[in-house]
Design a protein around this ligand. Structure first.
Ligand code: ADP
Length: 700
């Protein structure tokens, strides 16, 4: 048996000893009374009382009185012992039956005695002598501090909470510490002992911990809310506001809780409306779908908010107030307004566009014959094609037939440039949008421009020929003179032979005629070349050899150069690729450059050879043509205006040659420029891109 039980037994036996003492004491007093009675009887019998009569009466009285008082004392003692025993049994029962562990401790926490509940909780088998040793290692200091404090003089009570390991393990078999709330008292008038009562608070603590966790969770949830929450009691006093609401209006919680209307977040001058709204709210008359209000921040700025109201009901089902949730809708409102404005702008732009814009839903393959559904059409489309999708479809059909983006609409007799693309419609389906721009005016202008350009180019060629007129006359004069000479020589010869009565030798005749014919051919060739050069006005691109361009140009240029005693020199690379170009236009460019070069050589710097060189070579993806002379070069002020139309430094010049040359080269995606030639004089260069095999094959 352990110490606590021994002590409990000791205590019970003390009670028994007391009872025993009362009984033996009673028996002893009874014995004393009997002895006194026997003594009196003996005195009487032996005649002792007769021998001394003075002694007899008082002695008798004393014996009787003493006996009576002894009896009375015995009775009182017996009753007291009975009551005390009953009280102590009662106390023992309380001690024994208490469901909470009760114990008596020494001032150092040593266990003196414990009740059965205590026994049940702390295993009797374990031998720790002190309650401190039984506490959880982390809580031992709490227990020892509490015990030390109550043991100090002047301190009579303390309480603490600590974990203790119960004797019985939990269902899993693992030791599970339990929280005990201790109340410890010391009776300063009694022996140095502490009286302690413990209550198992594990469940309460667990519930508290769960509640704290729940509270923290709710707090976190509440704090993370962007929606402002505010509660009113039924009198319209604010009873709660969350952080989001405080941040929204820029006021601290303590300033809002308990506040009554007018509230500090009501915009100035808006009180009447706000008051009416609050009254509706308190009367439960606000719409369930929410309503918009204006609130004021502490910095004075006003913002729009959407408010929803719901009743607050307590656990007894009583209506205690109203909970309102408030969202700042300034940004959504701004976005909505911006979107509406953007939409309006967009629609206005679309409506005012000169192009016809239409959106058509793709035809259901099952109903191919049905007219396509027109989902959107702007003003221009409606004007041109009405409110059906037929116009959209007819344009696309015409485009498919024409094979390009520019198409002619027969019904309207107009040209359109079409841009069609698939887009995702508002309902998520894929639809087709078509933007048809009326380009009739542009095409007409383009046509006009092209025609004018061609005319200009042709005029320029004519001008070139005009400028070369005297050279041409000279060039043609030579074969014509030769023809005339041959004919006249031949006629004289025939006449002389006839005068001699002889026939002219046919061989002589034939030779003369052949020479005549050759001269006629030469003249014819010059005329053909000139005709070819000036006749055609329509641009025509085709595959042509470089030699075809350079040969003709050189032939024509040589007419002028010969006259001015300028030598035309060529340096043309071999195996040059064919070009995809208009040969006549390029001949025109070359002739112009060669002619300018020859003209620059009219008055060459002293010692300069009278040579103009035409070079052609490959430069990367292009062919580079260059015409260089050995003239005086171009002055700076002339250089800046070289390609200006009608700029010329020549008395008989027109000044359109270089301008047209540049536009011809650029229309062939090339580039024309002038630079100082290395040997002195001027070098005009132009490049032409080399056409790909596929383009050449297609054009051939
Ligand atoms: P035009 O020959 O009728 O004057 P161009 O447009 O062909 O018209 O030439 C414009 C001007 O450029 C010429 O008047 C001349 O001053 C200058 N120019 C052209 N080629 C040369 C050149 N090779 N050397 C010097 N100046 C030139």
């Amino acid at each position: 048996m352990n110490n606590w039980l021994a002590r409990t037994a000791e205590d019970t036996s003390a009670l028994r000893a007391m009872r025993w003492f009362t009984i033996t004491h009673g028996v002893a007093m009874g014995g004393f009374v009997v002895m006194m009675a026997l003594f009196l009887w003996f005195a009487h019998w032996s005649g002792l009382d007769e021998a001394d009569p003075l002694l007899e009466r008082p002695l008798q009285l004393a014996v009787v009185g003493l006996s009576l008082s002894v009896l009375l004392i015995l009775l009182l003692l017996g009753r007291h012992a009975r009551r005390r025993l009953a009280a102590e049994l009662e106390r023992d029962r309380l001690f024994t039956l208490s469901p909470d562990p009760l114990c008596v401790l020494g001032l150092d926490g040593a266990l003196v005695r414990g009740n059965p509940a205590f026994e049940r909780f702390f295993s009797p088998e374990r031998g720790e002598a002190s309650i401190i040793d039984r506490a959880h290692p982390d809580d031992r200091h709490v227990v020892s501090n509490a015990i030390e404090s109550v043991a100090r003089p002047g301190q009579v009570a303390t309480s603490f909470e600590a974990r203790f390991l119960p004797a019985t393990a939990d269902q899993t078999g693992a030791p599970s510490w339990r929280w005990l709330q201790w109340a410890v008292r010391r009776d300063p008038n009694s022996p140095p002992l502490l009286y302690a009562i413990a209550r198992d608070t594990t469940e309460r603590r667990e519930a508290e911990a769960a509640l704290a966790a729940e509270t923290l969770f709710r707090q976190a949830m509440e704090d993370s809310l962007l929606t402002g929450m505010r509660a009113f009691d039924r009198d319209g006093r604010i009873t709660y506001v969350n952080r989001a609401f405080c941040e929204m209006v820029g006021l601290p919680q303590q300033e809002l809780i308990g506040a009554r209307a007018p509230f500090p977040y009501w915009p100035d001058g808006d009180e009447v409306l706000q008051m009416a709204q609050l009254e509706r709210l308190l009367a439960g008359a606000t719409p369930r779908t929410g309503f918009e209000v204006k609130l004021r921040r502490s910095n004075g700025s006003v913002f729009d908010a959407k408010m929803y109201v719901s009743p607050l009901i307590d656990r007894d089902g009583r209506h205690t107030g109203w909970m309102t949730s408030i969202s700042d809708i300034t940004e959504p409102l701004r976005i909505r307004e911006a979107l509406a404005a953007a939409h309006e702008r967009f629609t206005t732009v679309l409506e005012e566009l000169d192009a016809a814009v239409s959106v058509v839903a793709p035809n259901d393959p099952a109903h191919e014959t049905q007219a396509p559904e027109l989902l959107f059409a702007n003003r221009m489309y409606r004007q041109l094609f009405g409110v059906t999708g037929d116009g959209h479809c007819s344009l696309l059909k015409a485009r498919a037939e024409a094979g390009g983006n520019e198409t002619f609409h027969n019904g309207l007799g107009r040209w359109f440039e079409l841009r069609a693309r698939e887009i995702r419609w508002v309902d998520g389906s894929v639809v087709q949008m078509l933007v048809a721009t009326d380009i009739s005016a542009r095409r007409e202008a383009d046509e006009q421009l092209r025609w004018q350009e061609q005319k200009l180019q042709q005029s320029s060629r004519l001008v070139t020929m005009g400028e070369m007129a005297s050279s041409l006359a000279h060039e043609l004069n030579q074969p014509l003179t030769a023809i005339s000479n041959y004919c006249m020589g031949l006629a004289a010869r025939i006449r002389a032979m006839a005068a001699q009565g002889r026939n002219t030798d046919p061989a002589v005749l034939l030779e003369a005629l052949q020479k005549t014919s050759a001269q006629a051919e030469r003249a014819g060739e010059v005329i053909r070349r000139i005709r070819n050069f000036v006749k055609r006005s329509e641009a025509e691109r085709r595959v042509c050899r470089v030699s075809e361009i350079t040969g003709e140009a050189l032939e024509l240029a040589s007419i002028d150069s010969t006259r001015h005693r300028v030598r035309l020199q060529t340096d043309i690379a071999r195996d040059l690729p064919d070009l995809l170009a208009d040969p006549i236009l390029l001949q025109q460019v070359l002739l112009n450059l060669l002619k300018n070069g020859v003209e620059a050589m009219r008055d060459p710097p002293p010692g300069s050879p009278r040579v103009v060189t035409l070079r052609v070579r490959r430069a990367g993806d292009s062919l580079e043509f260059s015409v260089s002379d050995r003239g005086a070069g171009i002055r700076e002020e002339v250089q800046a205006r070289l390609f200006e139309p009608f700029f010329t430094t020549k008395a008989e010049g027109m000044g359109i040659g270089l301008n047209i040359c540049r536009s011809i080269v650029e229309s062939h995606q090339g580039r024309l420029w002038a630079e100082r030639a290395e040997e002195g004089g001027t070098c005009f260069r132009f490049t032409l891109p080399i056409a790909g095999e596929a383009d050449l094959a297609q054009a051939a």
